[in-house]
Design a protein around this ligand. Structure first.
Ligand code: GDP
Ligand code: MG
Length: 441
């Protein structure tokens, strides 16, 4: 994926700005690349669409290339899709004893993950955990869990020969209640592929245990298959989260994106090895970086954006203190506002402003208006932006036409600029003469 995108973005790099056509061309390639990274077709399609909407109309940060900018946009959109609600890695395990059901195909890493998670709950949260193996078809699997339990210092339910999974689940529940455990974990049997018998068995166990969490354990290297597995288990059993194992391998992690998009269920943990502490909270940033394989560029763009913002803000502050506030400054402020979620977003954040945010919404003063105002400023010449007082009727008409707006709208914008500019001047004077000096005494 990395190489493919690299090629596409190199092509973009040579151009001056991020046009619609650039974005479209690049995203066609991104789509193919995602498919190669094992992201499923409908997911890749939706993803590309979302990115396209986001990228269109976005300004290109100075000092980085348009190609780099696209990488950042794709990366951010990946993180967006990968991010679930709530705190990553958090489990609902109040009301002791809380049952956790572990499901998945054979060899996916259920037993290993059961033990890893038990250890984590014990070590980090001080929970008393009981583990039970329900894998009656493979005695070795029950032994495996018992051995792991000893190794990590977590109790396992004693093995009783000839018991069926439902009986074991019931016994685990009783034992957990009587023994004062906080959590009991049920490690179910798997099959090489999904079949009716497996589903019925897991369903029966679920009905008995009524789990607080049902975690699907999936091999991160299985790609497309992982999506079918996730869909099937979610439809039949109802999962609350996913654990992606074998992420220490060189898989691209495309399965994470599809499973997340298809089931809507959060990916809670990733397995990063066979050792008992090789389990980590799922981090969307890390997986996104992996799917895209362009972490360096992303970091570069973030840095460039931060630097430029800081520089611009500082410049503007200096100009404002001198009472200078031209159309370029206003445009920057409008862009900043859009970034912060528009007028409504900004007011929503301020305490007591919720009501006003609603009025603003009703008045129709939203992102659209901010964008129209920016468009009008863009239609001005350099000279006009620096000194808007030179705007007479013919210039105004030209600007209005150029931005598809009415002259009356332009007048409103100019009035707003005058008012803001006056305010800045007053504040500047106060700063020099009175208030600042007063404050410093
Ligand atoms: P189960 O059949 O679903 O219970 O799978 P197991 O827990 O028995 O795991 C099958 C194999 O995968 C074992 O050899 C594990 O050590 C290995 N395994 C599990 N999780 C990981 C992981 O995150 N990384 C690696 N490299 N191996 C893992
Ligand atoms: Mg197992």
């Amino acid at each position: 994926l990395s190489e493919r995108l690299g090629g596409v973005f190199d092509r973009l790099t040579k151009q001056g700005s991020l046009s619609d056509e650039d974005v479209k061309t690049a995203l066609r390639e991104v789509r193919v690349a995602l498919l190669e990274a094992d992201v499923s077709l409908p997911v890749a399609r939706d993803f590309v669409k979302a990115v396209q909407d986001k990228a269109t109309g976005q300004a290109v940060t100075k000092s980085i290339t348009p190609g780099q900018q696209v990488v950042k946009i794709v990366h951010d959109a990946l993180i967006d899709t990968l991010t679930g609600e709530g705190e990553p890695g958090a489990l609902k395990i109040d009301n002791a004893p809380a049952p956790i059901l572990m499901v998945g195909l054979q060899g996916g890493g259920k037993t290993t993950t059961t033990a890893k998670l038990a250890k984590r709950l014990k070590d980090r949260e001080g929970k008393r955990v009981l583990m039970a193996s329900l894998d009656v078809n493979r005695p070795a699997a029950m032994e495996q869990l018992a051995i792991l339990g000893k190794q990590i210092g977590v109790d396992t339910l004693p093995i009783v020969k000839g018991e069926d999974p439902v009986a074991i689940a019931k016994r685990a529940k009783t034992q957990a209640s009587m023994g004062g455990y906080d959590v009991y974990m049920l490690d179910t049997a798997g099959r090489l592929s999904i079949d009716e018998e497996l589903m019925q068995q897991v369903e029966a166990v679920r009905n008995v245990a009524n789990p607080r969490e049902t975690l699907l354990v999936v091999d991160g290297l299985t790609g497309q298959d992982a999506v079918h597995t996730a869909q099937n288990f979610d439809d039949r059993i109802g999962i609350t989260g996913v654990v992606l194992t074998r992420m220490d391998g060189d898989g691209r992690g495309g399965a994470a994106l599809s499973m997340r998009a298809v089931t809507g269920k959060p990916i809670k943990f990733v397995g990063l090895g066979e050792k008992m502490d090789a389990l980590e909270t799922f981090e969307p940033e890390r997986i996104a970086g992996r799917i895209l394989g362009m972490g360096d560029i992303v970091a570069l763009v973030e840095k460039a954006q931060e630097t430029i913002e800081a520089e611009q803000a500082e410049k503007m502050m200096k100009r404002m203190a001198k009472g200078q506030f031209n159309m370029n400054d206003l445009r920057m402020q409008l862009e900043q506002m859009i970034k912060m979620g528009g007028m409504q977003g900004m007011m929503g954040m301020m305490p007591g402003m919720g009501k006003m945010a609603k009025q603003v919404e009703e008045a129709g003063f939203d992102d659209k208006i901010l964008k129209q105002q920016i468009a009008m400023i863009q239609s001005m010449t350099k000279k006009e932006r620096a000194a808007p007082q030179i705007l007479q009727a013919s210039r105004k008409k030209r600007i209005a036409r150029g931005s598809g707006m009415e002259v009356s709208e332009l007048n409103k914008l100019l009035k707003m600029h005058r008012q803001m500019s006056d305010m800045m001047k007053k504040m500047g004077k106060m700063g020099k003469g009175g208030m600042l000096k007063q404050a410093m005494k």
